[in-house]
Design a protein around this ligand. Structure first.
Ligand SMILES: Cc1cc2nc3c(=O)[nH]c(=O)nc-3n(C[C@H](O)[C@H](O)[C@H](O)COP(=O)(O)O)c2cc1C
Length: 309
């Protein structure tokens, strides 16, 4: 047990990263049902879309599940619905905001600096996620996890979750020894059967190593000035692609949306087109991706890292 598992009421100090376009309710429920903390990704969700995801996840698990939002795109109706219906809500990318700390839900904030962690606690957050620069997807951090984690740990008195580059049981153990109260895992869970990531994306993850990832600000349509860690091959393919639409994505209701070059949307099962030129988000933890596995198999492997060596 750690301060984080006590706080959120789960068995293992392992949190699924709320990854827009990759996490499905089935993935979040699988992690929660195995004693971790599953997280829905609300991204740009409207209140209707948020409620639909919550309905789906609550039908699949009765364990704690949370929801992660992006401050830039946060819909207040969706936030209020999630805070009312789920025990944990979380924000990434934006100045910590006390107005979002609503009674009844634990609020977490993913941070990239010590100052941001302090601001999150001052705003009333119950825990913070310290992100290292090794992380896949949008990267708030500039320092490696081994630097920011102890610094955040020393600066705040709430549970601290470590994120970025954690892919193996040994990585989990190292982060916990460095003072983390839990670990947050992204890229490993992209490569699961339950994720919505396109097979082509997962095949690229399987073939890649940490050295094949790069931080870039080029994937910036609708979300400027934000570094992302992606496979370098996807940056090269996007640079080569002609300006304009590179792919399309079809919603459940059949609506087709064009994805422009340098979109922030990664390829899902509903995407077609030049998939290599979409952002193939990957942390340095991609080293540990060797197959598309069931989420349960990934959980069993990572849980080993929470036990004494
Ligand atoms: C495909 C992908 C999408 C992501 N989307 C989000 C998101 O929507 N919200 C968020 O808070 N973090 C997002 N992240 C970042 C994670 O919260 C976390 O910091 C990161 O995955 C940790 O590094 P790892 O991928 O090496 O495990 C995303 C990461 C990936 C790989």
């Amino acid at each position: 047990m750690t301060r984080f598992t006590d706080l959120v009421g789960v068995e293992h100090p392992i949190q699924l990263a709320p990854m827009s376009r990759a996490v499905t309710p089935a993935l979040a429920a699988a992690v929660s049902n195995l004693g971790g903390l599953g997280m829905l990704a609300m991204g740009r969700s409207s209140v209707e879309a948020a409620n639909l995801q919550i309905d789906e996840v609550l039908a699949l698990t009765d364990r704690p599940v949370g929801a992660g939002f992006i401050h830039l795109f946060l819909d207040h109706g969706a936030w209020e619905a999630a805070a009312e219906r789920l025990p944990i809500v979380e924000v990434f990318w934006g100045a910590p905001d006390p107005d979002l700390v609503l009674p009844g839900a634990l609020v977490g904030w993913q941070v990239g600096t010590v100052d941001e962690a302090k601001a999150a606690v001052d705003a009333g957050c119950a825990y913070v996620i310290a992100q290292g620069v090794e992380a896949g997807g949008h990267v708030r951090a500039t320092a490696p996890l081994a630097e920011i984690l102890p610094a955040v740990r020393a600066a705040v008195d709430v549970p601290v979750v470590a994120a970025g580059g954690i892919g193996t049981a040994a990585d989990v153990r190292r982060a916990l020894l460095l003072g983390a109260d839990a670990v947050r895992i992204g890229t490993r869970f992209v490569a699961t059967v339950e994720s919505d990531a396109h097979d082509h994306y997962v095949a690229r993850l399987i073939a890649a190593s940490a050295a094949d990832t790069v931080l870039t600000e080029r994937f910036d349509v609708g979300w400027p000035d934000a570094p992302v860690r992606v496979l370098a091959s996807s940056l090269a393919a996007a640079e080569m692609a002609p300006a304009g639409t590179v792919a399309t994505i079809t919603a459940r209701d059949g609506t087709v949306t064009d994805l422009p070059r340098f979109t922030t949307t990664p390829p899902t099962h509903a995407t077609s087109g030049n998939l290599d030129a979409l952002p193939l988000y990957a942390g340095t933890s991609v080293d540990a991706v060797h197959a598309r596995q069931a989420a349960a198999d990934v959980m069993h492997e990572l849980i080993e890292g929470t036990r004494p060596a």
